[in-house]
Design a protein around this ligand. Structure first.
Ligand code: ADP
Length: 471
């Protein structure tokens, strides 16, 4: 069952019960009040009639020592006549409770008469045909006789009023419920609108529309739920986008990897086939073997680099406080045999937080790339200086540079701006990808500035150590 329908049904049930009970209580209260007023009046009338009877008996001639039966009838007839306009009905009974006078239409049994004693008054409410009466009984002491006087007071009007009250209230309740149903239908559908909008949003998202957001239409708890849902959807969308990008990157990587593997393998298989199926002269045999060797070497370098990247990606940072001096000493020694390039090293003494062997790998890769990009007698500058955010390493060359459009791609695995040139220099497009992974571990990034034909500058910043350098 729909939530709005549930709200509607429960509200209507509560309304019906509340109106029913309050109506019943109200009409009944009015009825009880009117009835007790009528009973009071009937009792008063009974007392007045008894007093009038006793007074009338006083005027009986002195010759009678006891009130005669015919006088009783006379007095009773006079009393009945006196209240004829009000529909007064009487019954007078003697000491043995035998009726001496009964008004026409007084058709009551003797149950009340039997309960009425010399010193007690009694009453009851009784229904006869379609009429309701207050039946009272009282004892009258008249001229040495105890007589019993019963009176009937018609109170049918009070009961009719109650019946009218109930029927009127039933109709009012029905009208109120119909109006309530109409109003509550709109209220419940308005209250549940945010829930409907949320349901719509979840359906759209489940169908793949991750950019869809639920409309916020209220400031209450449901509005808060919508806001939370939308922010959750936002986070979900971002994660899905990230996952998609990762999948795309992995697919791209696999494609590039397969391609890079195929090129050297094709050369190796081709030359090996030539060696085994033809009798080649010595010069050609050496040439073929040389091709197989260099391509094999390239494959070896590539697999080692890939291994490095995978390891760097999984490694947790084990950063130590180290001085930059040994790093620069290592680089100087490493590249001292490259006489075709003019190296310049300038650095500030400092201690940094780093994994030394990994940072050396980054710098070796960057310097190697700078050398590859430079002409013979080209200049490569390696520098290190303290900056506000840490310690900045930079490798600058004045070689071929990188076109702006390629800049953001060169850190991707297997990407080479000029493939044939890179391969001829034993490149596989993995060096910068490895550098990025290593710098990630150091919570740093690779900055590249380059201009085609003018040269490039690759730099990164590492955290400076708080420990003072004693050297
Ligand atoms: P490779 O093994 O080919 O050097 P890298 O990932 O280190 O792979 O570099 C990717 C590509 O970026 C290179 O093939 C080259 O085209 C370009 N590149 C890198 N460094 C430089 C540089 N200093 N000057 C010009 N191009 C560069």
């Amino acid at each position: 069952m729909k939530f709005s329908l549930k709200i509607l049904l429960w509200t209507m049930t509560v309304m019906a019960l509340a109106l029913g009970f309050s109506g019943f209580y109200f009409v009944n209260f009015v009825f009880e009040t009117s009835l007790s007023r009528e009973v009071g009046q009937a009792k008063d009338e009974s007392s007045i009639l008894g007093f009038a009877f006793e007074t009338a008996a006083l005027s009986v001639p002195a010759k009678y020592s006891v009130l005669p039966d015919n006088t009783v009838e006379e007095i009773a007839a006079n009393l009945e006549k006196g209240g004829q306009s009000a529909g007064r009905l009487l019954r007078i009974s003697d000491e043995e409770k035998n009726a001496l006078y009964v008004s026409d239409g007084f058709e009551m049994d003797e149950a009340l008469l039997m309960r009425t004693e010399e010193d007690t008054k009694a009453y009851r409410i009784i229904r006869s045909d379609d009429h309701y009466y207050v039946h009272t009984g009282t004892a009258v002491n008249a001229l040495n006789r105890i007589l019993y006087l019963e009176n009937l007071k018609d109170v049918s009007e009070v009961f009719t009023e109650r019946a009218i009250g109930f029927s009127l209230y039933r109709r009012v309740t029905l009208i109120m419920l119909c109006a309530g149903l109409f109003v509550m239908y709109f209220i419940s559908s308005m209250l549940t609108k945010p829930v409907r909008l949320l349901t719509e949003a979840t359906k759209r998202m489940a169908a793949g529309d991750y950019a869809y957001r639920a409309k916020e239409i209220s400031q209450d708890e449901l509005g808060e739920l919508t806001r939370d849902f939308n922010s959750m959807a936002g986070a979900l969308e971002q994660n899905i986008e990230k996952l998609r990008e990762e999948i795309d990157a992995k697919e791209e990587f696999m494609g590039a990897f397969a391609h890079e593997l195929k090129t050297p393998l094709t050369a190796i298989i081709g030359y090996a086939d030539m060696l085994r199926s033809h009798r080649l002269d010595e010069e050609k045999s050496i040439l073929s073997a040389n091709y197989i060797y260099t391509e094999g070497k390239r494959l070896e370098t590539m697999s080692l680099r890939l291994l490095d990247i995978i390891i760097a990606g999984k490694e947790d940072a084990q950063l130590q406080t180290v001085s930059v001096e040994p790093v620069f000493d290592y680089l100087k020694e490493m590249f001292c045999a490259r006489h075709e390039i003019e190296f310049h090293y300038t650095y500030e003494q400092c201690r940094i937080e780093a994994e030394v062997s990994l940072i050396k790998t980054v710098l070796v890769n960057l310097i190697d790339n700078a050398c590859k990009a430079s002409e013979d007698n080209g200049r490569v500058e390696v520098s290190g200086c303290a900056v506000d955010s840490g310690y900045r390493f930079a490798v600058r060359d004045y070689g071929i540079g990188i076109p702006q459009a390629e800049l953001h791609k060169i850190t991707k695995a297997f990407y080479m701006v000029d493939k044939s040139r890179a391969r001829s220099k034993n490149g596989a497009g993995l060096g910068l990808a490895l550098c990025v992974q290593i710098l990630n571990i150091h919570h740093s990034e690779l900055h590249i500035e380059s201009e085609a034909g003018k040269g490039s500058c690759f730099s990164f910043v590492l955290t400076k150590s708080e420990v003072r350098d004693e050297s």
